[in-house]
Design a protein. Structure first.
Length: 129
């Protein structure tokens, strides 16, 4: 991370992508071949664009920018892509946090900052049965 504002943007995108993944994965379990509606896809695409900016060369699916709403991707397709992105975001969090005296801090400019955060494991996605 380069700045406090970048951390704020990262946390916002991380949260959105995790919620979207949870929601779409639930839909994919029930009806994997149903299409995702344009309303949801619009919000997912906005988050994907922001995630692409944050992840840069670490994007998990090179060449993928966002979903084409006219193609109506299926729940399972969107779930697959969101899984790749949330894992890449999680890895970026792990690489940019430092554990010190039972607390976690953001790394800014290759140095531990005084900005405390939660442990990366708090953000690991787990499937709910």
């Amino acid at each position: 991370m380069k700045s406090k504002s970048e951390i704020g943007e990262f946390e916002r995108i991380e949260s959105q992508m995790t919620v979207f993944r949870r929601e779409i994965t639930g839909l994919a379990r029930k009806r994997p071949n149903d299409g995702v509606n344009k309303f949801k896809l619009g919000y997912i695409n906005n988050a994907m664009a922001a995630a692409n900016g944050i992840l840069a060369e670490r994007r998990p699916l090179q060449g993928f920018e966002q979903f084409n709403p006219d193609d109506v991707p299926t729940n399972s397709d969107v779930s697959f892509v969101l899984a790749q992105y949330t894992e890449a975001i999680y890895r970026l969090r792990v690489e940019n946090t430092f554990h010190h005296r039972s607390r976690y801090y953001w790394i800014i400019g290759n140095k531990m900052s005084d900005i405390e955060t939660k442990p990366p494991s708090t953000f690991a996605y787990t499937e709910k049965e």
